[in-house]
Design a protein around this ligand. Structure first.
Ligand SMILES: Cc1cc2nc3c(=O)[nH]c(=O)nc-3n(C[C@H](O)[C@H](O)[C@H](O)COP(=O)(O)OP(=O)(O)OC[C@H]3O[C@@H](n4cnc5c(N)ncnc54)[C@H](O)[C@@H]3O)c2cc1C
Length: 405
């Protein structure tokens, strides 16, 4: 539990960030790190335990195997940021040296159509400097003899800056360093917003305790609750909480080498966790929007679906035992499962930091940096994220990202 006061110390802030998990904290931290920004920042967080947020339920991996260049570039910055966290944090000796467990993601295609999509994506990835390799079933067996590949047409893997990273530690340091640099965090739930008479700005946010805080700019970093928050300003946002299940299991016969984050054609994924433990995940079918307080686990799905798929793909997983399991929520962008960032076209001081679906943890450094740039300069300076602006949502024009997990 992070101790946070219940009230803001001032009546007005230059930037009010709603939601203080990894996205809100990244934006706050990058503001403090921007030499041209000298404003005041308030982060309002409804749950200082962070137990219910997506960040607490993540699988904490990063990949460059996306099909759009911008998503690849975003993850490349994540890799650089994580590997150089201490330097980014000003050389602070308290910040741990971090790395990435580069076992890669192994996409397995069981149809020519899917193999074709992997080939196309590899071209984009190589052009962006990623190290993606395509493997025939024979090549997969030579490197990873534990897979059953009888039905597999093609594999795709990248073992450079792709795999597990410690997102929890990066989140802790975003928050800790932001607070040390003057960002104020309070415990509170934003329940309403007031717009100017012309309707083109949010002037105040109102908390559940009745307090109102005036804002120069307001940032929606509320994860699966993002649509509720946007609605407070009269904005429609197609983001909903969708359940995702995770199991940690122990194998009686552990594999001889780290298991890549394997994307089975069925959609079930599995990766190395500890030395003899593994992490598996999947989505429910059907996959409805759920209440953000609904964390009920579907206990049947492991026996009925996940275990049989794992044992068929990796026969050594015939004898495995679940150690722990949880349900978490994606902030699922129903338009295209991609980020929505930037200002609202009409309510210009309302900024989105939403819709990251299953890849927000790795996007948090680039998104936070971009948000800080936009709030400070009114434009992006390092990576132009304007394709992710709300305009495409309003027009109903999805960004087609084929590599969605
Ligand atoms: C099972 C699972 C596996 C995942 N695996 C990966 C992965 O391997 N790699 C990856 O990159 N991403 C992964 N993700 C996605 C990633 O975890 C999320 O995209 C990321 O954590 C989103 O962070 P956030 O700060 O936007 O949202 P959250 O972590 O949900 O934070 C939102 C915060 O806003 C607060 N809040 C909400 N409403 C209000 C309000 N009205 N007032 C004040 N505060 C409010 C909440 O309390 C919460 O703390 C996974 C997600 C899940 C669920």
């Amino acid at each position: 539990m992070v101790s946070m006061p219940d009230r803001a110390s001032k009546p007005a802030y230059d930037v009010v960030i709603i939601g203080g998990a990894i996205m809100g904290s990244s934006a706050a931290w990058f503001l403090t790190d921007n030499a041209d920004f000298d404003g005041s920042v308030l982060v309002i967080e409804r749950d200082p335990t962070y137990q219910a947020c997506s960040t607490a339920h993540t699988n904490s991996c990063m990949r460059q195997q996306f099909s759009t260049e911008l998503n690849i570039r975003i993850s490349q910055f994540a890799a650089d940021f994580v590997k150089n966290l201490r330097e980014y944090m000003g050389g602070d000796a308290r910040v741990p040296e971090m790395g990435i467990q580069n076992y890669g993601y192994m996409y397995l295609a069981d149809t020519e159509e899917f193999a074709g999509a992997l080939r196309e994506a590899q071209k984009v990835q190589l052009a962006a400097g990623a190290g993606t390799r395509l493997l025939t079933p024979e090549e997969i067996t030579a490197e990873y003899p534990f897979y059953a590949v009888g039905d597999i047409v093609l594999g795709s893997i990248n073992t450079v800056d792709e795999g597990y990273w410690d997102g929890g530690t990066v989140f802790d340091w975003f928050r800790r360093s932001a607070r040390e640099r003057g960002v104020e965090y309070i415990h509170g739930e934003v329940v309403a917003m007031t717009r100017s008479a012309a309707g083109d700005r949010v002037t105040h946010v109102t908390l559940a305790n009745g307090e109102t805080v005036a804002c120069g700019q307001v940032v929606n970093a509320t994860g699966p609750r993002a649509a509720r928050t946007a609605a407070m300003a009269g904005i429609d946002l197609p983001v909903e909480p969708r359940k995702r299940f995770t199991w940690i299991f122990k194998a009686e016969k552990p594999l001889d080498r780290d298991l890549p984050l394997t994307i089975d054609p069925s959609g079930v994924h599995v990766r190395q966790d500890g030395p003899d433990t593994y992490l598996a995940g999947c989505k429910p079918d059907p996959d409805p929007a759920v209440d953000p307080t609904d964390f009920a686990m579907d206990h049947g799905i492991w026996e009925a679906l996940v275990w049989p798929i794992l044992a068929a793909r990796i026969p050594r997983f015939e004898a495995i035992r679940v150690v722990t399991e949880w349900a978490g929520h994606y902030a699922y962008n129903t338009l295209d499962q991609n980020a929505v960032i930037g200002p609202h076209p009409q309510i210009g001081n309302f900024h989105f930091l939403n819709g990251f679906s299953g890849h927000g943890l790795q996007q948090s450094p680039a998104m936070g940096r971009a948000m800080a740039e936009f709030l400070t300069h009114g434009e992006y300076r390092s990576l132009d994220l304007s394709p992710f602006h709300y305009g495409r949502v309003a027009r109903g024009e999805p960004i087609i990202e084929r590599a969605v997990i």
